[in-house]
Design a protein around this ligand. Structure first.
Ligand code: UD1
Length: 366
């Protein structure tokens, strides 16, 4: 059985690594299972793509569709065309897509429309309810044609059931991003700037921002960053800047003695920075999960989350996108009132093994 594993953007790479490893282990144990790694090329910079493959030991992609940048529709169209051509030449038996990026949706559509190839969605069922987010549209479309849902939480299971999915298609397995986190934790790397910026354990803030709602308007972005600087008690604020954000941020001209703007960090460096931070401030979804598992206070600059367990169980709190909510959150942090949090069920480092075991069973593989 040939399984296509699809990856296109930074968070995908982290999620597919343990799945590939689990398929390989199963193959080595004699099961008739193999994979083909398809990189769509949605992210292509060394810092956004290549470095992740090297650091977390992901094998080189078997195929790279090299779609590059573009509008949502351009990227979707190019990925579908490229993947359809591949499937027409060399079909697979199952297509595994992960997460909620454009590549996830585009490849699931191409797979279903090319010989009705079965689709498995890892991280299926999560919903923010915010239809202005491209990721939410990607989730809805992907899940409407998914055959097997591998889910991270009970809330995701319930969302699927509410939307009419049959229970027999849902497999609650946990979180593959956390598989990678546990595996790589002993190898986290202290970045070279640690000494230059005179950083100390639990005495700096790490932040990331890349959602269109926060970064596409220069005025809004400037206000948010300024408020973070004003509220941070002069602690260093380390801000690895996503390429999308970098384009706008340079036009704001924002500077402050404790604000350090740097290029996107590698996986092992970024998570070192999270693990040792006083707090994380972000608009990413995946980072709220990593912060939860590492027990680090996490402030999310969004009104909604598709990962509610990071708030109900974990260390995450939604501040919304109004800059006025930032100062009170920092006050709570500095008086030591931030919740401690716990790790959600099945986020135990063995999710990918469970996914592959289920696939072996579903397809009756020998
Ligand atoms: C994408 C995902 C988002 C994910 C994020 C992680 C979608 C809809 N969004 O958002 O869910 O959290 O990745 O990073 O799939 N660019 C580069 N170099 C690159 C990649 C992108 O310069 O290697 C530039 C592009 O030219 C574009 C911008 O960054 O202008 C945005 O890239 P894109 O892939 O469209 O979406 P992201 O904002 O990265």
């Amino acid at each position: 059985m040939l399984i296509d594993v699809i990856a296109g953007a930074r968070p995908n790479f982290i999620k597919i690594a343990p799945i590939i490893e689990a398929i390989e282990n199963q193959r080595k144990a004699g099961t008739d299972i193999s994979y083909r790694l398809v990189h769509t090329g949605q992210h292509y910079d060394k810092k956004m793509s290549g470095d992740f493959f090297t650091q977390i030991n992901i094998p080189a992609p078997n195929v790279n569709l090299e779609v590059g940048s573009g509008t949502q529709a351009e990227q979707t169209g190019k990925i579908m065309l490229g993947y359809e051509a591949l499937l027409m030449k060399e079909p697979c038996d199952l297509c595994i897509v992960v997460g909620d990026v454009t590549s996830t949706m585009a490849c699931s559509i191409a797979a279903k429309k090319t010989n009705n190839i079965k689709v498995a969605h890892v991280e299926g069922g999560i919903r923010s309810g915010d239809w202005t987010m491209p990721e939410e549209i990607n989730r809805l479309v992907t899940d409407s044609i998914t055959d097997y849902f591998f889910t991270t939480s009970q809330v995701a299971n319930n969302n699927l059931i509410k939307s009419g999915v049959d229970q027999s298609k849902i497999f609650f397995v946990g979180n593959t991003m956390i598989d990678t986190l546990y595996k790589q934790m002993p190898h986290f790397i202290q970045p070279a700037f640690w000494d230059n910026y005179q950083l100390h354990d639990k005495a700096y803030i790490i932040m990331t921002l890349h959602r269109p709602a926060n970064v596409d308007d220069a005025g809004k972005l400037k206000e948010l960053v300024q408020e973070i600087i004003n509220s941070s008690n002069n602690l260093p604020v380390i801000f690895p800047v996503h390429p999308r954000t970098a384009k706008i941020l340079t036009t704001t001209g924002i500077i402050a003695p404790n604000l350090h703007l740097i290029e996107p960090l590698s996986y092992l460096e970024f998570n070192y920075m999270v693990k040792h931070a006083k707090a994380v401030i972000t608009d990413s979804g995946g980072i709220t999960e990593e912060a939860t598992v590492m027990g680090i206070p996490c402030m999310t600059l969004r009104d909604t989350t598709e990962r509610p367990e990071t708030c109900t169980l974990g260390t995450n709190e939604l501040l919304g996108t109004d800059p006025r909510n930032i100062a009170p959150a920092f006050r709570k942090l500095f008086v030591g009132d931030w919740k401690r949090g716990e790790i959600p069920p099945l986020w135990d480092g063995h999710t990918a093994e469970r996914i592959v075991k289920n696939i072996v069973q579903i397809f009756g593989l020998k």
